[in-house]
Design a protein around this ligand. Structure first.
Ligand code: GDP
Ligand code: MG
Length: 438
């Protein structure tokens, strides 16, 4: 049984929370794309956890967690994340954590290039998290990266690291010229490099040091999956459909494939078919970073929703942009994901609203668009908003459909009909048990 839990919107839909809830039915939880550029927040009986790299199943005893080859892994970040979880009493061992030997290492200089490029772009920046994700995926496809398996034989790696750094220092010279000496020195020092060039020995030492800590987890996950044929496997995505490199709002996307059909490839089971795709949609919209966001609210309306939903980035703490539920974007997202069912999250957040706004269409050049678009019309589109009656009460303790106030249920049914996919779960709070099944 293969199930994918994926985002239907711009990310931060509550995937981590749903994986944490549903993972009890699965033996293996796999992350198949992305790096530490996004984060899941999970609250359960063990505490409150922010996970950037580790699969959410790590918080559940008896599961095996796999970091698939579609991921890019900042070793230092992972070492820190593992240490923080262990401090809180979470057990992490080669038994319950396996890192694909084919996953890509995100190096410190990828972070540096991410920062330099965002600074060069200034107000045209992508709103990158500056954690090196775009540069490292770029290098992956140029076949100029280190893979996790290389860390098992560091001696053989040395020459290649020196050659990679030599190449990067050539590129760096161009940036230096562009920024001029003063700005350059400031940028370089701010990013932890003091002497104007990337030091190949320091890069190599970083790999050896962190690789030494992580090597016990590195495994041939392809072989693991072959042996795990009868296991129940769950794929856990990071970010949402609208951030997919191919199908999202390019270039304001992530650099990886966030959609369910990529999951078997990024996970290490390329021959498998996903049986079930649970699309996570949020009861309203949020978006981190730059790019077109048609339903964006501003002023007090935005502040109220942001505060009610606690919409601040798990990875960065940045305030998220917020807006009404977007029918067009969600229908598109559910379609590219191939969602077989939906989980609607954060319905409780809307309790304060007298009228709940829903974006039912886009308008551009005086015409209704009727469908989500990813071309330049998206930058001009204005939302067509309709209002549903608010439910105006705390629904955090609702555990069955019958517990939901009439207007809350009406809202759920409205969304189900508009998006065209069955809503199977409704989440009404942060904690594991705060949900109901329809
Ligand atoms: P992810 O990246 O999709 O896993 O989502 P994030 O963790 O970035 O953001 C979701 C946030 O909403 C987290 O802080 C969750 O604890 C919280 N959350 C998830 N579901 C619910 C819900 O139904 N109600 C409320 N109030 N909070 C929720
Ligand atoms: Mg998130």
């Amino acid at each position: 049984m293969l199930t994918a839990i994926v985002g239907v919107n711009w990310g931060d839909e509550g995937k981590g929370r749903m994986v944490d809830l549903l993972s009890s039915d699965y033996d293996v939880i796999v992350r198949y794309q992305g790096g530490n550029n996004a984060g899941h927040t999970v609250v359960n009986e063990k505490g409150r956890f922010i996970l950037n790299l580790l699969p959410s199943g790590i918080l559940r005893d008896g599961t095996v967690n796999v970091m698939g080859q579609g991921m890019v892994i900042d070793l230092e970040h992972l070492v820190g994340e593992i240490a923080r979880l262990k401090e809180k009493g979470i057990e992490i061992s080669p038994e319950n954590l396996k890192i694909s030997d084919k996953a890509t290492v995100c190096l410190p200089y990828h972070r540096l290039f991410d920062c330099l490029e965002e600074d060069r772009l200034k107000d045209k920046k992508f709103g990158s998290t500056r954690r090196g994700i775009a540069p490292v995926y770029g290098d992956k496809y140029m076949k100029k990266t280190v893979r996790m398996g290389d860390l098992l034989n560091p001696e053989a790696l040395k020459e290649r690291v020196f050659s990679l750094v030599e190449w990067k220092n050539i590129v760096l010279k161009g940036y230096k010229k562009f920024f001029g000496a003063y700005a350059w020195k400031k940028l370089f020092t701010a990013n932890g490099y003091e002497n104007g060039a990337i030091d190949p020995s320091a890069t190599y030492d970083w790999l050896v040091k962190n690789g030494d800590i992580l090597k016990e987890y590195i495994a041939d996950t392809g072989a693991f999956f072959l042996a795990a044929k009868d296991k129940r496997i769950m794929f856990e995505a990071q970010l949402g459909a609208l951030r997919d490199i191919d199908y999202g709002i390019f270039p304001y996307t992530s650099s990886s494939s966030t959609i369910a059909s990529y999951a078997p490839i990024g996970a290490g089971i390329p021959y498998a078919k996903v049986d079930e795709v649970i699309g996570i949609v949020k009861a309203y919209s949020s978006c981190v970073g730059e790019g077109p966001f048609v339903v964006e609210m501003d002023g007090k309306e935005a502040e109220d929703l942001r505060a009610a939903g606690g919409e601040y980035g798990a990875a960065t703490g940045r305030p998220r942009r917020v807006g009404a539920f977007d029918v067009l974007a969600s229908r598109y997202g559910a379609r590219v994901q191939g969602a077989t069912a939906l989980a609607l999250t954060k319905l409780d957040v809307l309790a304060y609203m007298d009228k709940i706004p829903v974006c039912v269409d886009y308008e551009a050049d005086g015409k209704r668009l009727g469908e989500f678009v990813t071309d330049e019309r998206l930058y001009r589109a204005k939302p067509v908003i309709e209002y549903l009656d608010g439910f105006k009460c705390d629904i955090n303790k609702c555990r069955t459909k019958a517990d939901l106030p009439e207007n809350a249920l009406k809202y759920v049914e409205y969304i189900e009909k508009a998006v065209g996919v069955k809503i199977k779960y409704v989440s009404v709070g942060q904690a594991r048990e705060d949900y109901l099944e329809l």
